[in-house]
Ligand binder design. Sequence first.
Ligand SMILES: *[C@@H]1O[C@H](CO)[C@@H](O)[C@H](O)[C@H]1NC(C)=O
Ligand SMILES: *[C@@H]1O[C@H](CO)[C@@H](O)[C@H](O)[C@H]1NC(C)=O
Ligand SMILES: *[C@@H]1O[C@H](CO)[C@@H](O)[C@H](O)[C@H]1NC(C)=O
Length: 426
Amino acid sequence: MKWTEYVVEYFIISIYLCSYYKQVNSLDNGLLRQPPMGWLTWQRFRCVTDCDTYPDTCISEKLIRTQAQLLVQGGYLAAGYEYIIIDDCWLNMTRSVDGLLQPDNKRFPSGIRALSDYVHSLGLKFGIYEDYGTETCAGYPGILGHLSVDAETFASWKVDYLKLDGCNADIKDFDTGYPAMEDALNATGVPIAYSCSWPAYQEFDKMKPNYSAIAHSCNLWRNWADIDDSWESVYSIVQWFGDNQDRLSPFHGPGHWNDPDMLVIGNYGLSPGQSRAQMALWSIMAAPLILSVDLRTINDWARDILLNKNLIAINQDPLGAMGRRILKLDGNVEVWSKPLQDDRTAFVALFPQPYGTPIRMSIKLSDLGLGRYQDYDLFELFHGDFLGKYHYTDAYNFTINPSGDVHAFYAESAEPKTKFHKKLRL
Ligand SMILES: *[C@@H]1O[C@H](CO)[C@@H](O)[C@H](O)[C@H]1NC(C)=O
Ligand SMILES: *[C@@H]1O[C@H](CO)[C@@H](O)[C@H](O)[C@H]1NC(C)=O
Ligand SMILES: *[C@@H]1O[C@H](CO)[C@@H](O)[C@H](O)[C@H]1NC(C)=O
């Protein structure tokens, strides 16, 4: 290349990078530079507190210990799933005589600090749930009026991650209340990842959340509806994120993440194709990968999807860009794309509706936004198989199954990398 071409190339790359490095004045606790990965009780275990009727699935230290062991033994921790988080229904209905939060002593007889220590001894991190209001969603004591003392309690229990819900509170207080809890967490001196339900309640109330302020106080935040164990639920959330991507994606990145809620893979509601779809879409969106599944009974095929190294790598890509829905094609197939470090791009084509038979699709590489280079190598994402070398004017043809399945692939330049290129790659 001549030097003039270098300059042009540099200019193009600078524009390209700048568009993904929009400055967000974000929370500075050093945590969650990549989307968090872990396991949370809620979707699969809800608020079951009757351990006589449900001895194996009630919210208890026994359940957490068992699932924590299986996170390690099943290879999930090795794949990156490091947080184990208790959602609602761990508390005693009243505070202690000293005004402190205390767990239900029948279901957590050893106490939270001992459970946290056990979780840490396995190499995992420990997360817990509370609520900004007077009571949690299930009616246990909330933190309102006790922010500092509760933050101190969490720090003394060596909590690594706090999910703070927004039931039983005045939503108008959230813009000051959630930051006040972050101040209280910060004041403990212990780094605690902070998951806020702040915008979700505001979106539902048709208020306009201040995502700039939210990214300044929270490491991640729930934007929209609770997920359920069905494709209908998964896809309605995906649609909402696609419809609102212009508002959400500028505030998404290392240390501060939009959260479309848990992975429901491995439970009762999703087919294998729909499970592949949720994993691929959550990876493309750089969403938190939070399992909610009984690891004692999960099927091998579901486990393989959750442990897929390629998809996890797309999700955890250091650039941290939130993927976007870029195309809607005939037959209601939609295409999502996510720019990756090293100038690669991941794509997911989704066929959400029932149809009965696979369909053949044809997409020009230029319609996928590719064309900075002459030639691209395409790879299937789940297995990493080489799909071929394509000129940027070519069309890529593939077959996709109906009823919520995906075809996932990624593209990288097939041109020889110059030294200069390498230097610019991050
Ligand atoms: C709840 O706490 C009170 C004291 O604060 C205690 O007497 C009671 O046994 C506790 N109940 C449970 C289920 O933890
Ligand atoms: C507290 O906030 C300051 C300033 O943003 C930051 O440098 C520090 O790392 C934070 N500490 C913790 C424990 O989060
Ligand atoms: C949003 O919050 C930021 C502070 O993070 C503030 O500067 C800005 O004025 C707020 N925007 C609105 C519309 O309230």
